[in-house]
Design a binder for this molecule. Sequence first.
Ligand SMILES: [Fe+2]
Length: 432
Amino acid sequence: MTETPRYHPGFGNHVSTEAVPGALPIGRNSPQHVPFGLYTEQLSGTAFTAPRHENRRTWLYRLRPTAQHHAFTRYDGAPNLRAAPFDTPPSPNRMRWDPLPWPDAATDWLDGLVTYGGNGSVAEQTGVAIHLYAATADMDRAFFSADGELLIVPQKGALTIDTEMGRLDVAPLQIAVIPRGVRFRVRLDNNGRARGYVCENYGAPFRLPDLGPIGANGLANPRDFETPAAWFEDRDEPCTIIQKFQGALWQTTLDHSPFDVVAWHGNLAPYRYDLTRFNAINTVSFDHSDPSIFTVLTSPSDTPGTANCDFVIFPPRWMVAEGTFRPPWFHRNVMSEFMGLIVGAYDAKEGGGFVPGGASLHNQMNGHGPDQTSYEKAVTSDLKPVKIDGAMAFMFETRHVVRTTAWAQTSPTMQLDYDDVWRGFPKATLPR
Ligand SMILES: [Fe+2]
């Protein structure tokens, strides 16, 4: 349990990994004669016939078949977890929240999930759900989402994520992605406290964005992604397994650990990425690039260039542009923007209010941009090269409007005075 996880580097690689030497079948007799009598199972992350460059599947070799379980029954926990379609009326209003408070009672990662909003439909496999979590206890059970892939962004407290394919240590400034259907449990560091953000992606799996004229290098480089080496538990003790299926939670109890995959090979697997390794590209002449220049991962939709969801970061970087308003200008966007802050201060909100662990939402076509403090600084500052350092904000940017949940709309963490951020700007003066 305590050994340090091992990893295979690279994004989307076909990995072959075994926790016991000789467990991986090789060659023409292997489909019938699997070493040690292990059970073979294919996990498909795309349709069988998806084009090769999009096809994701993994072969698992395990102590027992996954199919060996009793019927699932409904689970009533995770009281603030919701799924699309969201039935709350959509709001055009800009919203901002303080960080999630720590729960009073011991709460594990699953029960500590709180859905702020989302879009699309689990049935149609489009859109996202956006959750935050505040957890104070280790999971002693396993979970998987049949509805979507989970992009986990820790903000406070490192996580150890035990999955069927291996274990991931994920600290703040790192992210983890757990594919749809993969079973996992979350254990906590930081004296048993962890807080962060989750994008549950119902659409196409996240992938690296195309780089176009940037060329073959830059942004998130494939070699910096890490997939766990095979790891398993040989434990014949009861273990509850909970799944999220079409928005509802279901549970059953196995008489053994679900983490019993001794070896696997394929390209459908959890992975982690260190955001500090992001190679930021930006202007060296003038003006402000669109934030898409900082895309780490994208879930494409059926419309080219219009993402189901982009995961974008605002990493430490030099600002050198001449004659330029360096923070983001005021803007209105056909996409909807949900932002979080892992550490530091975001350069368009230097007036306070957007704090680490907090969140904001700017829905489709509604104006937003710098607060007055950031504006005054940006139009008066001496434009020497400046390094934005010690900060890491991020955005889940999605083509569909985000409908917030009743919890998010009525939570005491919602800042009811957020509109005031833009109230004091004086009228421009025309020549007379
Ligand atoms: Fe924006």
